[in-house]
Design a protein around this ligand. Structure first.
Ligand SMILES: [Zn+2]
Length: 258
């Protein structure tokens, strides 16, 4: 009997931001691509929301701040239906935001928020330790943070040549897995959330990609990771449905405020 090749022609792709289903995301399988045809989410947007909703459980009404979210109106109104949701930006130029916040000097009282979502902002902040101390201060005990940065290499270093993101903000840090040490030093209980496929890659059950992998130094991402720092947050089926591919593109740091 003829069998349909796995994953082809099925309407089995799903956007957890807008609930779209269909047969394919747009663009390549990449953390910065695989756009949802309906809401425009890219793969890392979906991974961040998945990490938060899958891990945090029922937090309806929680005070959530997201720093410089990429997505606009539809996503923000979705979040506002569930949470007391506000967005911030450093200077409100590259991104729209409800409030202006410098992570190194957050103008909020202690314990003012329950959840911080911070995608791709920390690499633009000069003083990482100061920013993490401020985030720890404004998150209420029992609260949490989901943090994403571009993870291109195993160990943290400044860029070797000037580097800018699409919105013209300079990249000051290229973080590696050792970011977790800074998060713990700031007081958070932390693990890096990854997919089951990445775990299989680390355990040698899958072969690493052959040839160049764009900006990603896959060798050092495999070599410098500590298995005990990882928590699997999506199985193979979930990763395929939401487009968390290739697996080594996806990590979110979960930071619990004791
Ligand atoms: Zn969508």
């Amino acid at each position: 009997m003829w069998k349909r090749p796995k994953g082809q022609g099925l309407r089995d792709r799903w956007c957890n931001v807008c609930r779209w289903t269909g047969s394919a995301f747009l663009g390549s399988a990449h953390t910065e691509s695989a756009n949802c045809p309906q809401c425009g989410s890219i793969a890392r947007d979906r991974f961040l929301l998945w990490c938060f909703t899958h891990r945090a459980g029922k937090m309806r009404g929680a005070r959530v701040i997201e720093t410089s979210p990429r997505l606009g109106g539809e996503y923000r109104s979705y979040m506002q239906r569930w949470f007391s949701y506000r967005t911030s930006d450093f200077d409100l130029s590259a991104h729209r935001g409800d409030i202006q916040l410098d992570l190194q000097n957050i103008e909020l009282p202690d314990a003012a928020v329950d959840v911080v979502l911070t995608p791709h902002v920390l690499e633009h902040v000069p003083d990482t330790e100061r920013a993490l101390a401020e985030l720890f201060r404004v998150i209420a005990p029992g609260g949490r943070m989901y943090l994403q940065v571009p993870l291109l290499q195993g160990r943290t270093a400044p860029p070797t040549e000037p580097e800018f993101h699409a919105d013209n903000t300079p990249v000051l840090w290229r973080f590696g897995w050792d970011l977790i040490d800074l998060l713990r030093a700031a007081g958070f209980t932390t693990s890096a959330l990854v997919t089951s496929e990445f775990d299989q890659l680390l355990r040698g059950e899958l072969s690493p990609p052959e040839g160049p992998s764009g900006e990603f130094d896959v060798g050092s991402l495999i070599e410098d990771v500590r298995l005990g720092d990882l928590t699997i947050v999506a199985d193979d089926e979930q990763s395929r449905r939401m487009g968390f591919e290739p697996c080594y593109h996806f990590a979110t740091w979960e930071c619990l405020r004791p």
